[in-house]
Structures are given as C-alpha cells and as structure tokens.
Design a binder for this molecule. Structure first.
Ligand SMILES: [Zn+2]
Length: 219
C-alpha cells in the first residue's frame, strides 16, 4: 500500500471468479487492420479494450468512432508511442499522458480506462505522474509477441491452458505484416477460449484501487 501511495496503481490482471478474460489491442487505430478486428469481434460478440495512440486516432478518427460505437472500451497508449519521453521528469510525463488522455476523451466523448506505456516501459517518474493524474497503469499478464511472429495456433494451444480468470491479454490491431493469418489466429483464440469456458469483457472504466484487489503489481 505504501508503494501505491508513492507510485500509483499498476494493474496486470483483474482477479475474478467469473471465468472472464480481457482482450486488449494496442497501437491503433489502424486504417485497415482495426476494422477487420472489429468485424471479427462483432461476429463472435466479443467485447475488448483498445489502447489507442492519440496521433493514430487523429489520423483515423472514424475508425476510433467505430470502436466506441461497437461498445468496446478505450485506453490511452500515449500521444505518439515514442520512447524518448521517458527521460522526462514527472511533470513532463504528466503533460504527455494528460494531453493524450484529453485528446482521446474529447475526440470520442468517452472515458479512458487508464494508461498503458509503449513497450511497457516504467519509470518512477511515470508512476508519480500517473498517481497525480489518478490514472491507473494498465498492463497485461498474457502476451503473444504477435507483432514479431503473428498469432500461430501452436502458440495459442500452448498458452490457453495457462489462462486464469481475470487475465489481461495483450494483442495489437496493426497486423498488416501477418494479415489474414493474424485474423485466423484471433478467431481460433476466441473460439478455443470460449470452448474451455471463458467469456470476454471490456476492462471497466472505474479501475480505482479501492474497487479492486490488485494481486500483481508492476514493481
Ligand atoms: Zn505499443
């Protein structure tokens, strides 16, 4: 608790007894890839959370509106996805994160659920900035390295048996390199996890420490 007072909250999973998983997609919205992901999610009636980059949203505002219209939630994946900002102090980072939050929320008239830093980078100054903004750091505890190797069935078959209720899955909606095979992998991931009894939910927009038993911390 002392750590949270100094550095703010970091969430990697949301423990639950409901057999629920949280799909998250980073780095969009992408002009071509995001709509294909949205179509697939709609066909399977799955809700997800999209951690958007403000500059990408500015270029693809109509795609952002489609994300919201389909009932998915939005998170903040920074203004520009550049890493040099992490050399800044807490005041600087507060402005960087806050500008992205304001842009996303004002453009789409939504509440963002929190911040996910590019590459998962964390610094004490970032944690202090988020604490001041009262904005949780929302990372993940299951990843597939899909930007490097797509989403092959072998990886899914290996990983799904390890899933626990409340896990947050990291994927990307910028799969231009893997195209159709990524979508096939995503469809297999969704159908397989449903078959073994999981459902999917959006990450709630009221992630405050008092509402949540945070079992895994990022420090
Ligand atoms: Zn990213």
């Amino acid at each position: 608790m002392v750590i949270e007072k100094i550095f703010g909250t970091c969430i990697r999973n949301i423990p639950s007894t409901e057999n629920v998983l949280y799909l998250t997609f980073d780095d969009g919205p992408h002009e071509y890839c995001t709509p294909t992901v949205l179509d697939l999610l709609a066909r399977h009636q799955v809700q997800a959370t999209f951690f958007v980059v403000a500059e990408a949203l500015q270029r693809n505002l109509s795609v952002g509106r489609s994300i919201v219209a389909q009932g998915h939630h939005l998170g903040n994946h920074s203004l520009d996805h550049k890493y040099h900002h992490f050399f800044g102090n807490d005041r600087y980072l507060k402005k960087w994160v806050g500008r992205a939050r304001d842009f996303i929320e004002q453009s789409l008239q939504v509440q963002t659920i929190g911040f996910r830093s590019p590459l998962g980078i964390q610094t004490p100054h970032l944690r202090m900035a988020l604490r001041d903004l009262q904005y949780p750091l929302v990372h993940w505890n299951q990843r597939f390295f899909d930007t490097q190797r797509g989403l092959p069935r072998t990886a899914i078959l290996h990983r799904v048996p390890q899933f626990q209720s409340g896990d947050i899955l990291l994927l990307h909606d910028t799969h231009i390199k893997y195209g159709h095979s990524f979508l096939e992998g995503l469809e297999f991931l969704i159908t397989y996890t449903k078959k073994v009894g999981f459902t999917f939910k959006v990450i709630p927009s009221d992630l405050v420490p008092s509402n949540l038993e945070v079992t895994a911390r990022c420090l």
